[in-house]
Design a protein around this ligand. Structure first.
Ligand code: F6P
Length: 322
């Protein structure tokens, strides 16, 4: 192995730059040439490679986003797109690829692996919905951003005796919502994994009001059947019985932007470096993720075929504490 490339794909996550930096510096330490791919899989298809040396990734660790850019490529989902990407890699004489990203991105890695191209994945998504890792790059930062928002909203909610529906990201997975609800002391949480009757949320709000609470916080995952706007629409007809005046805040992409936390920088550094070590061992077709504080390679076939379940004990904890 002499020449490798690294790309970031899918939704960006705080810490991706630290992972790129670690890939580059670990590769260079081995005497390899390292290239960055601009614009994710789309850039791979179009051969957008840039050489990256140690200095090129200096000062990147503390930056949010991804210095390589990211994209969700429809073309790469097709076999033709995948073969074109491999052609680009072969033309640039690149022998291995590190893919930093979440579920969709690692499905792409698996496709390259099945076509026989050496690939190693790095677990990165604020959704934390990847099998083969306890926590993915970006989750810690996103959770802290959500918490700061919850803490701030609670103070204004108390001033006006209001309830807030606070929507956090998570199209298919409620991890971020569940953890934000526990750490933010929410009255209730609405997750994509569990059907919730809006009547139940109405009862939670009414009962909190009747107990004399100054505020009530409901954390809602974006991908829940009743997301914040749907719940708000449902409540327009039942406003009076809630007691509280109701407001909606959708945190959206604020959770993905900005400076990565110390935890994310360290995790990303460890995972980026570990991906290169797997390359050096020629252990291809794996995702590197952290499980119980150890960096573990898990076959991409396994990663992509297993949904990551939410920890039921945390759901129970949220119920006890709300
Ligand atoms: O990366 C995951 C994620 O942030 C999801 O939580 C969210 O649903 C989605 O990406 C948003 O994607 P986009 O940035 O393409 O709107």
């Amino acid at each position: 192995m002499k020449r490798i490339a690294v790309l970031t794909s899918g939704g960006d996550a705080p810490g991706m730059n630290a992972a790129i930096r670690a890939v580059v510096r670990t590769g260079v330490a081995k005497g390899w040439e390292v290239f960055g791919v601009k614009g994710g899989y789309e850039g791979l298809i179009n051969g957008r490679f840039i050489p990256l040396g140690t200095r090129d990734v200096g000062g990147m660790m503390q930056r949010g986003g991804t210095m390589l850019g990211s994209a969700r490529s429809e073309e790469f989902k097709t076999e033709k797109g995948q073969l074109n990407a491999i052609r680009s890699l072969n033309e640039a004489q690149i022998e291995g690829l590190v893919v930093i990203g979440g579920n969709g991105s690692q499905t792409g890695s698996l496709m390259l692996h099945r076509h026989g191209f050496p690939v190693v994945g790095v677990a990165s998504t604020i959704d934390n919905d990847l099998y083969g890792c306890d926590v993915t790059i970006g989750v810690d930062t996103a959770l802290n951003i959500a918490l700061e928002a919850i803490d701030r909203l609670k103070t204004t909610a108390s001033s006006h005796q209001r309830a807030f529906l606070i929507e956090v990201m998570g199209r298919k997975c409620g991890y971020l919502a569940l953890m934000a609800a526990i750490a933010g002391g929410a009255e209730s949480v609405v997750l994509p994994e569990i059907d919730v009757d809006p009547e139940h949320i109405a009862e939670v709000l009414t009962s909190a009001y009747e107990k004399g609470k100054e505020h009530a916080i409901i954390v809602v995952a974006e991908g829940a059947k009743y997301n914040a706007n749907a719940l708000d629409a449902f409540f327009t007809e039942h406003r009076d019985r809630l007691g509280f005046d109701l407001r909606v805040t959708i945190l959206g992409h604020t959770q993905r932007g900005g400076i990565p936390s110390a935890y994310d920088r360290i995790l990303a550094s460890r995972l980026g470096s570990a991906a290169v070590e797997q390359m050096a061992k020629r252990n291809f077709g794996v995702l590197v993720g952290e499980i119980k504080d150890e960096i573990v390679p898990t076959p991409l076939e396994e990663v992509v075929s297993h949904p990551k379940e939410l920890d039921r004990s945390l759901i129970d904890l949220a119920k006890i504490l709300d």
